[in-house]
Design a binder for this molecule. Sequence first.
Ligand code: ASP
Length: 304
Amino acid sequence: MSIKPITIAVHGGAGPMSDRININKTGYEEALKQALEAGHTILKKGGRATEAVEASVRIMEDHPLFNSGHGSALNSNGEIEMDAAIMDGTDLCWGGVALVRRVKNPVSLAAQIMRNRKHGLISGSGAETLAVQSELQVVPESYFITAHQYGIFLEQQQKRSGIERIPDNHGTVGAVALDAMGNIAAATSTGGAEYAIPGRISDSCLIGAGCYADNATAALSCTGDGEYIISHVVAYTVAMYRKFTGCALQEACEYVVHKRLKDVKGDIGLISLDTNGNLGIVYNSERMHHAWITRDSKVHIRYK
Ligand code: ASP
């Protein structure tokens, strides 16, 4: 029997609108719905919030429209480097991976690291060795590269020979969930910033920045310009503002993004959830693909 109102929300990245996004409106909506349902099915069966957010994020990692897993952005060498993190609000255990190039579902490797309880954040070849040892799927780098992302790489290669700044598209994915036991969890996964310097690590795998969960405050997953999200430790700041003011979660989200960070010249978006099933959703960008299922099982989907 469900003692808490199981709830789940997902996002597929905050950033500027584009013709491509409008053309693929149905594709985004269907993918968000699938991701939502994957996590919700687990919650309905009494599964854990950590399992639900992992399942939701995996669906989006496998989907070419998002900048995570298959569909990841390319760095300035034309290579894939993916980051992900997951956190359990029950005990503050977490796992993260940075700069992985061949792990099909980086969020599952992060979850494996969380379950191992030995280390937190593992990068590069060490992370990939662990993926093989854990019998997670490892695929050739070509699997991740879509025609769309390769096109962006070629375009940026030409333009960035100068100093022109090209706005990033952002399509990082994330999920937050509340299970029937009353526990919350968050997960975030990204292919990183387009045309980034090789070795650049995003906010998505950094606890407190792009991902955070604590039953005492909230579960949060962020998206947008990672450097700003790290500077302002966005996920943790929202959680702490909420904790110390006692305000509603939505109010905390809006205060941090629209007031405290109003002068930040970058995109910031986030989804969040507390143990009572209250959601907080905010973004300062033209769009943030996101969706959620409320306690009455109603599905809400916003592609922008
Ligand atoms: N936060 C991600 C990064 O900086 C990008 C995104 O959210 O789309 O790599």
